[in-house]
Design a protein around this ligand. Structure first.
Ligand code: TMP
Ligand code: ASP
Length: 244
């Protein structure tokens, strides 16, 4: 597939892992997945050639799958190796994290070992604010900051849990354990919330079901090496199921 050649002036936002461009249609944006890998609020940085291609493929595949199960997202279609078209939404500055197994910041916060299963999923909200280091928020904080209404918070939680159920099932078919993941949502012009951003090994913890090997961005965060090989393996498994 060819990359769409628009002038760089159509760039409207650059994040750590993606760029957002305007298109001729004001309701549609073009997302470009970068090869950049960052962690710890951008303090750790590397460029891993091929990560953008893999995350574009994986994220597109998962968004399509969720749509087939009645969970729409901003995703429209993939238009090149590293680009997809998405519906323009107002991103709610909350990272909605769902956890099935203790890992990462939850392990640190509660002092439990990584790998302890949770008997029910935990939903957490983090404030998307680099200056503050994306702190954990409760519902009172979200209200205080006017980030989302009580009704919207309930809906975010419900949608996140529904997506969790679907993704657990999806990943278990390819022998991956969904440890935790992060979602972002946006408001459409009519105010309706819709899943946005990306779902990829950058934003999920995925462990091999048999070996517990980490197949996600923790390979980069923890200097384990082999990030591209792991992402490629996730893609191969997803793609194989589709072919079957
Ligand atoms: P955490 O354990 O570091 O809080 O991460 C929880 C999940 O959220 C994990 O799957 C990785 C994902 N995540 C992001 O996608 N972006 C981030 O900036 C952070 C901190 C975590
Ligand atoms: N997105 C985060 C950053 O660079 C890191 C992470 O995923 O851990 O800052």
């Amino acid at each position: 597939m060819q990359s769409t050649h628009l002038s760089s002036s159509s760039l409207i936002h650059e994040g750590k892992a993606k760029q957002l461009f305007l298109t001729a249609d004001p309701q549609i944006l073009r997302v470009r997945y970068k090869d950049d890998a960052t962690a710890f609020n951008g303090q750790k940085f590397d460029r891993l050639l091929g990560k953008g291609v893999l995350n574009n493929l994986i994220s597109a595949h998962i968004f399509e799958d969720l749509a087939n199960f009645g969970v729409p997202s901003h995703f429209i279609n993939r238009v090149s190796d590293v680009e997809q078209l998405v519906r323009r939404v107002d991103i709610i500055p909350l990272e909605v994290v769902v956890r099935n197994v203790v890992a990462g910041s939850l392990a640190k916060r509660i002092g439990w070992g990584e790998g302890c299963p949770l008997n029910q999923p935990i939903v957490e909200f983090y404030y998307k604010n680099d200056d503050l280091g994306d702190p954990l928020l409760n519902e009172n904080h979200i209200d205080l900051l006017s980030l989302a209404s009580a009704r919207e918070i309930n809906e975010l939680r419900e949608q996140a849990l529904k997506i969790n159920e679907l993704l657990i099932r999806k990943f278990s078919t390819i022998d991956l354990k969904l440890v935790d993941f992060k979602l972002e949502f946006g408001r459409q012009p009519d105010g309706i919330l819709i899943l946005a951003d990306e779902i990829s090994p950058d934003t999920c913890r995925l462990w091999d079901r048999k070996t517990n090997e980490k197949m996600d961005k923790d390979r980069f965060r923890r200097n384990l090496g082999g990030l591209l090989e792991a992402y490629q393996e996730v893609w191969n498994r997803l793609n194989k199921v589709e072919d079957a």
